[in-house]
Design a protein around this ligand. Structure first.
Ligand code: ADP
Ligand code: MG
Length: 238
């Protein structure tokens, strides 16, 4: 299960209100993309969901249970960082195992999950290499593998492909979409790239200065943008 609800969630840094109170529901199994220009609060909103930032007000629920005061490790959510967040001195296997070690998952269960993740991500032949011996795409898959083995209720991605060159980005986009179809787990994906949003999302959340301008499927936003900002950002004909 992975239904996430935000009720009047807001965030201030000092006197600056970065996220005014907002409501949002992310359904179980949905691929939701937060899109908007740089500085509009996408990362902050994702970090509030992950528990990496405390809310200034409001309530976050995961599968109906209050999660607002839970530390990140207790939220059953896995944040996928950019591939440079891998440990360079550890093998792929150890990088993937790391969160399970922290969570004290038994060794044989660790092995089972690593094998499953490696199969799902085509990394079986690379488990004994170090990140420096992998391509950019493979490193990104290791970062995803590290999230998969936690068997989270939802995956949270913050611009995971922004380090990769254009050609690789297209491939990884397809891989993440395919992974979503296969796992059927909720994914929340942050990007400033309209094409990524329009091609990957079940539901797009368009943000401007911390406000939700519109929520809808790619087709809904394309056909019925609520205002000029959304139309301009999504590239609608209006
Ligand atoms: P995005 O991910 O959409 O580019 P962010 O969520 O990173 O935007 O930032 C939204 C706004 O919040 C920006 O104006 C940024 O400067 C501000 N901000 C983010 N983190 C902090 C922080 N820790 N302290 C103060 N201001 C912050
Ligand atoms: Mg950001």
């Amino acid at each position: 299960m992975g239904r996430i609800t935000l009720e009047k969630v807001e965030k201030r840094f000092g006197d600056v209100e970065v996220i005014p109170p907002l409501d949002l529901t992310i359904e179980d199994g949905e691929f939701v993309v937060f899109v908007g220009p740089s500085g509009c609060g996408k990362s902050t909103l994702l970090r509030l969901i992950a528990g990496l930032e405390d809310v200034s007000g409001g309530e976050i629920r995961i599968d109906g249970e209050p999660a607002t005061d839970l530390p990140p490790a207790k939220r059953r959510l896995a944040m996928v960082f950019q591939s440079y967040a891998l440990y360079p001195h550890m093998s792929v296997r150890k990088n993937i195992a790391f969160p399970m070690k922290m969570a004290k998952v038994p060794e044989d269960e660790q092995k089972r999950r690593i094998d499953n993740a490696a199969r799902a991500l085509n990394l079986t032949d690379y488990l004994d290499r170090r990140p420096g011996q992998l391509s950019g795409g493979q490193r990104q898959r290791v970062a995803i593998g590290r999230a998969i083995v936690r068997e989270p209720a939802a995956f949270l991605f913050d611009e995971p492909l922004s380090n990769l060159d254009a050609a690789l980005r297209v491939g990884m986009r397809l891989e993440i979409s395919e992974l979503h179809s296969r796992l059927e787990t909720t994914m929340v994906y942050v990007t400033h790239d309209q094409v990524e949003a329009m091609t990957m999302a079940d539901k797009i959340v368009v943000l401007r200065a911390g406000n939700i301008e519109q929520v809808g499927s790619p087709l809904e936003l394309y056909r019925q943008p609520r205002n000029l900002f959304v139309a301009g950002f999504i590239g609608s004909p209006k």
